[in-house]
Ligand binder design. Structure first.
Ligand code: PSU
Ligand code: MN
Length: 308
């Protein structure tokens, strides 16, 4: 891996010290804050996610680009910029160099966050949903760069599967082609974000954070340098009502088509659609699942750090 110049990628002192001492660190993405969650709740929720990581005994490292510098570990001011500023761009890996060269602000996706976190030496990352293959991919070729980036980045991503706005079976096929293991946490079903079960199975089930850390070590010993997906479902009592979910999804997909929403705007459009149409029920589920994932990621980071 190339040297990081201090001015290009800046790791916060707290995160740097934790990594140097072998203490657990959990990366967090920022697109979820800027484009995935509605204002004004997003800043408070971003802080709650960081607190959930701390409560579980790890150091949170939220990743973003602020004024052209890639930051791993945000202070309160940087977090506010990402949550409230109107000129924050959604940044995947392809966009990173451009936004940084232009001294812009960028909220990093799973892909860009994974790249920067791995560069800083972080091995575990918590989020809500992974990007994937979109439903019209056969015509549009719209597949998230989250998948190809994870394939080549040594990070363990804890998520609640992918949203049903995507083509779930196709996403699982692509994960297989890209050699990315999908581990269901205490489930043999692939979670569907708002719903505990997407209808698809997972190839592997793990029962504990220690199980995941053991897989990470085994892969390291094999020289496998790609990522791992750990998929944790929402508990049944915290799921979105299935009928409400199905109705909102059908209407949202139609609205996206009618309004000619394309490319990187599709995911934020549909997230906002859900939050509006379900009058907050989807937001509640979204926040709960991210908090659960922050907790699990901290356990995995702790187990992996303890056994090295
Ligand atoms: N899925 C969600 N919430 C999100 C995202 C995905 O349920 O906020 C965001 C993540 O940052 C993810 C990105 O990495 O959308 C994928 O966007 P695209 O499909 O444009 O690659
Ligand atoms: Mn896309």
């Amino acid at each position: 891996m190339t040297e990081q110049t201090p001015d290009t990628v800046r790791t916060s002192p707290e995160v740097r010290d934790a990594l140097a001492a072998g203490r657990p660190v959990v990366a967090l993405e920022s697109t979820i804050i800027s484009h995935g969650l509605p204002r004004p709740d997003n800043l408070r929720i971003a802080r709650e996610i960081e607190q959930a990581v701390r409560d579980a005994g790890a150091v949170p490292a939220t990743v973003a680009v602020v004024a052209g510098t890639a930051l791993v570990g945000l202070d309160d001011e940087a977090l506010s910029v990402i949550a409230t500023s109107d000129d924050v761009v959604k940044v995947s890996v392809r966009d990173l160099g451009v936004v940084m060269a232009r001294d812009g602000h960028g909220a990093t996706t799973v892909a860009a966050t994974s790249h920067l976190a791995a560069l800083a030496g972080i091995r575990v990352f918590a989020t809500g949903g992974l990007g994937g293959v979109h439903r019209e991919a056969r015509e549009t070729w719209d597949e998230s760069a989250d998948l190809t980036t994870l394939a080549q980045t040594p990070i363990t991503l804890v998520c609640a599967g992918v949203k049903s706005i995507l083509d779930v079976p196709a996403t699982l096929e692509r994960l297989e082609s890209l050699n990315i293991p999908v581990l269901g946490y205490r489930t043999d079903r692939f979670p569907g974000f708002y719903l505990a079960d997407s209808g698809e199975p997972v190839p592997w089930t793990v029962e504990s954070a220690d199980d995941v850390a053991a897989v990470m070590r085994a892969r390291d010993n094999l020289g496998l340098t790609g990522g791992i997906v750990v998929a944790q479902p929402l508990p049944a009592h915290e799921e979105l009502d299935r009928a409400l979910h199905d109705r909102t999804l059908a209407d949202g997909l139609q609205a996206a088509t009618d309004q000619h929403v394309r490319g990187k705007d599709v995911t934020p459009f549909l997230l906002a659609w859900f939050h509006e149409q379900t009058e907050g029920a989807s937001l509640t589920a979204n926040v709960r699942l991210v908090l659960h994932n922050a907790w699990l990621a901290a356990q995995i980071a702790g187990s992996f750090a303890a056994d090295r």
